[in-house]
Design a protein around this ligand. Sequence first.
Ligand SMILES: Cc1cc2nc3c(=O)[nH]c(=O)nc-3n(C[C@H](O)[C@H](O)[C@H](O)COP(=O)(O)OP(=O)(O)OC[C@H]3O[C@@H](n4cnc5c(N)ncnc54)[C@H](O)[C@@H]3O)c2cc1C
Length: 511
Amino acid sequence: MSTPKKAIVIGAGIGGIATATYLSKAGYEVELYEQHAKPGGRAGLHQAEGFSFDTGPSWYLMPEVFEHFFALCNTTTAAQLDVVRLDPAYKVFFENGAPITIGADQVENQAKFEITEPGAGKQLRRYTAQASLLYKLSMKHFLYTNFQSIRGIFSLEVLRNAPKFLRLLGRSFDQEVSHYFTHPHLKMILEYSSVFLGASPYKTPALYTLMGALDFDQGVYYPRGGIYKLIEKMAKLSEEAGVTYHYSSTVKKIITQAGHVTGIQLASGKSASADLVISNADLHHTETAMLPSAQQSYPEAYWDKKVSGPSALLLYLGVKGKLPELAHHDLLFVDSWRENFEAIYETKTIPNPASLYISKTTETEPELAPKGHEALVVLVPLPAGVTLTAKMQKNLESQTISQIERMAGITDLTSRIVYKHTMGPADFKAQFQSWQYSMLGPGHTLKQTAIFRTQNYSKKVKNLYYVGGSTIPGVGMPMCLISAELVYKRIVDDKSNGPISHIKFDEKAST
Ligand SMILES: Cc1cc2nc3c(=O)[nH]c(=O)nc-3n(C[C@H](O)[C@H](O)[C@H](O)COP(=O)(O)OP(=O)(O)OC[C@H]3O[C@@H](n4cnc5c(N)ncnc54)[C@H](O)[C@@H]3O)c2cc1C
């Protein structure tokens, strides 16, 4: 009689949960070890005094990727979540000049661009058309691939568009945006998405202008109840698929024998054997702390040459009274736009004032705060590798709140804060063993994109794989879901380049 092979997944981040689900459906016996008491990782939940905050992600972009995950679990987004399209999608405040609200209607957005810069309405149409083409080609040929087959990558469709791709490879995100627009406010609106990539628009390849297809073309969505609802549903589907979860179980070591993975050892001293191990933990930590140096494919010296995405200070604020000045998503952009990116990515200094982001989920769901209150999450990007002393953090907090008062015109915000919780660089290290205290993982520079990004398997230990934001295709919830599909494909030896249509039983899943 055949017995199922055993797979261990380390970490219940979005990538770990999805990988565990796929492998269980493919016939493996899957055990997942998570150091915290609940799933989600960076996509966490903080609840206190009647306020409910998603601790990490708040933008639900690329809805088709979530739909695809649910389809592979034989269900649909609609059956699992109540996802609504936000309109307005987001509001942008500047130091000088009126705020600009981006909505769901393209024609209205074009008119707003036209008011700011004559001709920019038409340019926005051209820009988003190119972004949408790049996005579609990337989804079809470059995102759902482990680059194991050259054939799909050099398909007719890709070759036909090769001149476009090559032109974009030779320039930065900022250069491409500047080719279409001159007004600094419009350029900021189109460039802010590079922050989602953990990189500066001055260093990110122009190929990533495909991000313009997300907020402008596809739209910005929100699952009612918050992002954590998605995590809860994913964990439930995964358990239904047969995955066994072990919470509050920190993995200390990956055990190997003769170049093969054989299991894991927990901090408690217990160990568990496995035929496959897939780590969703920070990849720098997995490689440099869980494996002996002889077994490390990516030792410390490898990371010395890599570029980390930014860290952040996050403020979770309960505010008394309503804040009609703010939309669900708000971006505060400062005039020293370029200097901000240089401070974060080059000089590694804390920008002042900093461009920052505010999420106000109570705009869409007032019930996430006590009656007559708002729940805000403020994100201030910080350089990777920098920690804050208690005094620095306190100063940065009050500087940030004063900046919101000034830029969003909420003059009495300080006095209305009734609840505050914070998360800073040291928390990213303590809670996620994050390399360089990063909130995201390695940034998407050209040298850390696609085939150049750290791959999803160990080159030294057979049957040891990686999933999540540190590996391919990259950071962000949709990318981490795709990452799970890529690791599944690698394990079952599926070399195709596009999304798979179903999880198939793996012949190798039993002995
Ligand atoms: C502040 C912030 C805002 C963001 N905003 C967005 C957004 O708006 N939209 C978006 O799409 N994305 C956003 N992201 C990015 C997104 O949250 C991440 O890319 C994604 O959630 C990472 O998933 P992951 O699979 O890499 O796992 P992670 O979330 O990194 O989870 C890894 C898991 O492994 C566990 N683990 C680690 N080490 C061990 C160990 N030794 N033993 C056991 N368990 C271990 C951890 O506890 C954790 O649960 C944001 C991130 C942050 C931090």
